[in-house]
Ligand binder design. Structure first.
Ligand code: ZN
Length: 226
């Protein structure tokens, strides 16, 4: 009955390929589970994502679970996770990330911090997609997901009139850490849904590194290499 009830809201097709799901499958079909393009970046410290971020801020390791290509199933999943009210996709992939990375150093983190959404956007969307990924992963690995550490500062409205370098400064200043957060000496995973240029991750990392001695691990569901 629960299955039928859920089917009212979620059509019984794979969120990645669109094929019909068998009864024992939910959200994403088994074929996609097996064939979605995992990066295995966590096995390679010098992976392309780490290379993009290197030198911009201190971090221990950086990894993205899937490779991103335009028009791909991974893009379709991300689109639905962000814009089509499908938080279940994030939770499931977070669980798969935990399974795939359980032997890595990521699995030994003290906490997972989702990148905060702008409050207005979160209100409209109803959830933060990065938190869904974090919850799926944190549950499986018994790592707490903390949403009371990072926050987004009020957005400035004058960005359009400014030049490119000013806009960059604004991005850098968007995030901060609540003063009562205890990050010192902690192993912290910062998680995002998709990383492209890395500027959002960099802005969050700079806020986190206001605390001393943080071992920072960067993680995303996908990396869209430019
Ligand atoms: Zn599928």
């Amino acid at each position: 009955m629960l299955h039928d009830f859920i089917s009212l809201f979620y059509p019984a097709v794979c969120a990645a390929c669109g094929d019909s799901l068998f009864k024992h499958e939910s959200v994403i079909c088994n074929k996609c589970y097996v064939t979605l393009p995992q990066s295995n970046y966590h096995k390679n410290p010098n992976n392309p994502l780490a290379t993009v971020l290197k030198g911009r801020f201190p971090f221990m390791e950086a990894s993205a679970f899937y490779l991103f290509k335009k028009g791909s199933r991974v893009q379709k999943l991300l689109h639905q996770l962000k814009y089509k009210n499908r938080p279940d996709i994030g939770v499931l992939i977070g669980e798969w990330m935990a399974e795939g990375m359980k032997e890595s150093t990521f699995a030994k983190a003290d906490m997972i911090l989702p990148i905060p959404l702008h409050p207005k956007r979160q209100l409209k969307r109803g959830y933060n997609q990065s938190t869904q990924l974090a919850n799926g992963m944190g549950n499986k690995l018994s790592i707490p997901v903390l949403e009371d550490v990072l926050y987004r500062k009020a957005a400035t409205k004058t960005q359009t009139k400014k030049g490119k370098s000013d806009r960059w400064d604004n991005v850098e200043e968007i995030f901060d850490v609540y003063p009562e957060a205890n990050l010192e000496g902690k192993k912290v995973i910062l998680i995002d849904d998709v990383i492209t240029t890395g500027s959002t991750i960099e802005a969050c990392a700079n806020a986190i590194h206001k605390h001393k001695n943080v071992q920072l691990y960067i993680l995303s569901m996908a990396f869209a290499e430019l």
